[in-house]
Design a protein around this ligand. Structure first.
Ligand SMILES: *Cc1c(COP(=O)(O)O)cnc(C)c1O
Length: 404
């Protein structure tokens, strides 16, 4: 490593809060599925900023929309109208079939906004006694890092010494519809769940789970809130992961790829009167729905559809999954995935997944470990067959070596 790379890393460590443990690579440029480090080494990005860069790094059309808008108008606040917000609403509603939209910035803000909205709906529409609203969530969830959200996390690392936390959440196992049925009470306003648990290590629920969940929520007048911040916008090979089971959420949360990685843009989408309960002054965000965010998100959604990235995610995801399944290595315990949301879980004896990610870095692949034993694989949705095949060769040679 040259001294400059070491300087970047040590300077970060010296001045920054140590709330991340990055792999030792300093990136300075990206294009499509590729990123380059400060020394000019090229890597295939198999993380895509946790799926925020689904459209590929520095997509030229999103870039053009951002630059063009930045020259005209960036921020008005919602105290005034701007000429991008209505178009963003129209286009995201048409794309997703939603009736109402609430624009926010980060994913966690979208989750918080949904929690506020379903509670308000519970009191004002469902008739739950004030202060009694319950929201059901799943064990091993990941919905973000705000106090409200980490309060219902089951990961000790995420929660420890951040309390006291807000009450009103009930935790049940993921993928267990009977547990949901048992947990619902007359005060339950919502079930908040990820279609596939991404941060937990790409955990896919049993087939039929969401059909049952949908029926239970409908039967009990409970809002089904799907956190599609990671699974949404083509990542799993469908526009929304809910489509794999042919269901529709009452509230859908989008973020990450909604801006193609250019800018934080998130949204709460609803199909009913949940967002209708919010009146002027009751919720907001200085940057939420700003013209720059809207222009970027409009371009990010447009290229996703026009360039057939969702279909490509389904096709290349199947190829990647099959290729991973064909790797004969006794380090591998399980391979799973849907679309381009994939994971390789290693046997505990194989050693930490981090070691394999560092070895992959040496072969020109950037992937990220999660929960000690799992390598998560989520390249941009623009990946080609040749690039998938090349990546598979690197995974095969790395995973057949025992790094324990
Ligand atoms: C990333 C993520 C979030 C949080 O998004 P931020 O933009 O980091 O706040 C919420 N839910 C899911 C499922 C995510 O993957």
């Amino acid at each position: 490593m040259s001294s400059s790379v070491i300087d970047f890393i040590t300077t970060e460590a010296r001045f920054g809060a140590h709330n991340y443990e990055p792999i030792g690579v300093v990136l300075s440029r990206g294009e499509g599925v590729w990123v380059w480090d400060t020394e000019g080494n090229r890597y295939l990005d198999c993380l895509s900023a946790y799926s925020a860069v689904s459209q590929g790094h520095c997509h030229p059309k999103i870039l053009a929309a951002m630059v063009e808008q930045a020259h005209r108008l960036t921020l008005t606040s919602r105290a005034f109208h701007n000429d991008q917000l209505a178009l963003f609403y129209e286009e995201i509603a048409a794309l997703t079939g939603s009736h109402k939209v609430l624009p926010m910035n980060s994913g966690a803000e979208a989750v918080e906004s949904a929690i506020k909205s379903v509670r308000k709906w519970g009191y004002e529409v469902k008739g739950v006694p004030d202060g009694q609203a319950e929201i059901i969530v799943c064990a091993n969830n990941f919905h973000g890092r705000t106090l409200g959200i980490v309060g219902f996390s089951t990961d000790p690392e995420t929660r420890t010494h951040f309390g006291p936390f807000a009450p009103g959440f009930k935790i049940i196992p993921f993928g267990d519809a009977a547990a949901l049925e048992k947990a619902i009470t007359p005060n339950t306003v919502a079930f908040l769940v990820e279609p596939i648990q991404g941060e937990a290590g790409v955990v896919i629920p049993p087939a039929g789970y969401f059909t049952e969940v949908r029926e239970l929520c409908t039967a009990n007048n409970v809002m089904l809130v799907l956190d599609e911040i990671q699974t949404g916008l083509g990542r799993t090979g469908k526009l929304l992961a809910e489509q794999h089971e042919g269901i529709e959420a009452d509230v859908t949360l989008l973020g990450k790829a909604l801006s193609g990685g250019f800018y934080p843009v998130s949204a709460v989408l609803s199909n009913n009167d949940v967002l209708g309960t919010l009146r002027p002054g009751q919720h907001g965000s200085t940057f939420g729905g700003n013209p720059l965010a809207c222009a970027v998100a409009r371009a990010a959604m447009r290229v996703l559809v026009e360039e057939e990235m969702i279909e490509n995610a389904a096709r290349q995801g199947a190829r990647f999954l099959k290729g991973l399944q064909d790797i004969r290595a006794n380090t591998i315990r399980e391979v799973r995935g849907r679309g381009l949301m994939l994971a390789v879980e290693l046997h505990p004896e194989a050693g930490r997944a981090r070691r394999y990610c560092e070895a992959l870095q040496g072969k020109g692949i950037l992937a990220k470990d999660t929960h000690e034993q799992t390598i998560r694989i989520a390249p941009p949705l623009v990946i080609t067959s040749d690039q998938v095949d090349w990546a598979l060769e690197q995974f095969a040679t790395t995973l057949t070596r025992d790094l324990s």
